[in-house]
Design a protein around this ligand. Structure first.
Ligand code: ADP
Ligand code: ADP
Length: 223
């Protein structure tokens, strides 16, 4: 069933740059969709529109199965940089967004434990970001997003800054997580390998202005 649909999207920024024009994409529940395309084709803009962090100039982002107008609480966002707070340990980094959403301390504790276990970092709850490798920091970011129990996980080139071995490991971790959690993922990358390996469907984008030029099946099984 459709989870979120982007239809006839145009996005023109204040500086006159048309980032997207005639952009159409439907995302079904349980899918792992990659947005694949060169730098500047509008991939991050698409994620921001889905997340409601920005609005389209024209066209619509709709959530067919849901009456709730504000979908931000259903979305987890993982950025390219891990963006951890250096003064807080791993558990507190995961805790802060839960606190901001008013999750009780007890419930939060459970979610922190659960999500750190999912990414294999149970033993590092009291470690500080500076003590972790790049891959581990990215795993903390993923745990932080997962602890919000999102229906939809948006990931913006999350592994771009990592070495290849770490990246391959995290790719496998992510596939396992998606199977376990059965969540929907939209994953931005400019790596053909990564998109093919991870996703059930690949939306190939072309730039100037950004739009979907083809949708092809990935290697991962669909929902
Ligand atoms: P990608 O994620 O594929 O690299 P982006 O979505 O970041 O592409 O950007 C698409 C285009 O829109 C680029 O030309 C970029 O320079 C431009 N752009 C992105 N954000 C803004 C902004 N806030 N203001 C002006 N131009 C922007
Ligand atoms: P090859 O067919 O080149 O001998 P493999 O069968 O190991 O190599 O992998 C097929 C493709 O999938 C290769 O392009 C490889 O880079 C990619 N690949 C393999 N494992 C992973 C992984 N964990 N994450 C991302 N890509 C991978």
């Amino acid at each position: 069933s459709p989870l979120v649909t982007l239809q006839g999207i145009t996005k023109v920024f204040a500086n006159g740059v048309t980032a997207l024009e005639g952009f159409d994409l439907g995302i079904r529940t349980g899918e792992f969709v990659s947005l694949l395309g060169p730098s500047g084709c509008g991939k991050s803009t698409v994620l921001r529109l889905i997340a409601g962090l920005d609005a389209p100039t024209s066209g619509a982002v709709t959530w067919p199965g849901s009456a709730d107008a504000d979908h931000r609480s259903e979305i987890g966002f993982v950025f390219q940089e891990p963006t951890l707070m250096p003064w807080a340990d791993v558990a507190d980094n995961v805790w802060l967004p839960l606190r901001l959403r008013g999750v009780s301390k007890r419930d939060a504790q459970e979610r922190i434990t659960e999500s750190l276990a999912l990414v294999g970092l149970s033993d590092f709850a009291r470690a500080y970001p500076r003590e972790l490798s790049g891959g581990m920091k990215m795993r903390v970011s993923i745990a932080r997003a997962l602890s919000l129990k999102p229906r939809l996980l948006l990931m913006d080139e999350p592994f771009a800054a990592l070495d290849e071995i770490t990246r391959f490991r995290l790719n496998d971790d992510l596939l396992r997580l998606q199977r376990e959690l059965a969540c929907t993922i939209v994953f931005v990358t400019h790596s053909v390998y990564e998109s093919a390996y991870l996703s059930s469907r690949i939306a190939v984008m072309s730039p100037r202005p950004g739009r979907v030029v083809a949708t092809v099946a990935g290697e991962a099984p669909g929902p």
